[in-house]
Design a protein. Structure first.
Length: 254
């Protein structure tokens, strides 16, 4: 009767286990990372949505979003800016954040092909941030008819990429709910648009149109520095931006 395994049998078994582990562990790690990013996104969206409603109630403003983007050039432009920002941040964090501001210059685009420094062409940092009590970073701008909010869902941790752990939203001025930064373009930039706005040699280069207005999609191929600002639209709907199928975080580019 055979009472045990030979050394050869043990080594073969260990080799098989090693091969199986090498094949499955990377997939398990990626699945775990996807789950974490998705959970953090949902947590941040929930907190922001609640903060908007609390800010509206606490400030006793019927239409918070519209009030915040009220513009009067003779009265200092967006004259309700400070009131609106303080109302939201206080509702979100419950603490004074004046000494906890962070500027970020290490943000990458959705497909990791460029570094992002500004929102659109406004020379405003993507995340003029404050560290929230739940560990996330929150940024805000009231500009160009929008109350824009940017959130880094996991603070200083990576990957620090648009559409992965960094998302840009706006407060919908019609119903005071958290909404995507904008509705994405439905098609890639045309050859004529590229020639008109992106030809640096001819002097027709237009930063806003070339890098942001016509290139803000969640694109796998775009090298524009605005690639990723539209990702909140797909993430809120949980739709993969380049297949149209369910599962936004499951199709994130590596």
């Amino acid at each position: 009767m055979k009472k045990g395994f030979t050394l050869t049998e043990v080594l073969i078994t260990l080799g098989i286990i090693g091969v199986v582990a090498a094949m499955t562990i990377p997939s398990l790690i990626n699945t775990y990372k996807t789950h974490v990013l998705k959970t953090q996104f949902k947590h941040s969206v929930s907190n922001l949505a609640q903060a908007i409603q609390f800010a509206k109630i606490n400030s006793q403003i019927d239409n918070f979003g519209k009030y915040c983007i009220s513009f009067n050039e003779s009265n200092g432009g967006y004259y309700n800016t400070n009131e609106c920002i303080n109302a939201l941040v206080n509702s979100y964090s419950k603490k004074d954040l004046k000494t906890d501001k962070i500027y970020r210059n290490d943000i990458k685009t959705y497909n990791n092909k460029a570094t992002v420094y500004y929102i659109d062409s406004m020379s405003l940092p993507v995340l003029y941030q404050a560290r929230m009590s739940d560990g996330t970073y929150l940024g805000w701008h009231i500009y160009n008819g929008m109350y824009m909010l940017s959130v880094d869902t996991n603070g200083s941790k990576g990957p620090n990429r648009l559409g992965h752990d960094i998302f840009t939203f706006q407060i919908n001025p019609e119903n005071d709910v958290l909404a995507s930064y904008r509705i994405p373009l439905t098609q890639e930039m045309t050859e004529e648009q590229s020639k008109t706005y992106c030809d640096k040699e001819s002097g027709s280069y237009n930063t806003y149109e070339c890098e942001y207005a016509l290139n803000n999609s969640c694109s796998l191929t775009s090298t524009a520095v605005g690639n990723g600002f539209d990702c909140s639209y797909y993430a809120l709907k949980d739709i993969c931006p380049y297949t149209g199928k369910a599962g936004y975080f499951e199709c994130l580019p590596k």
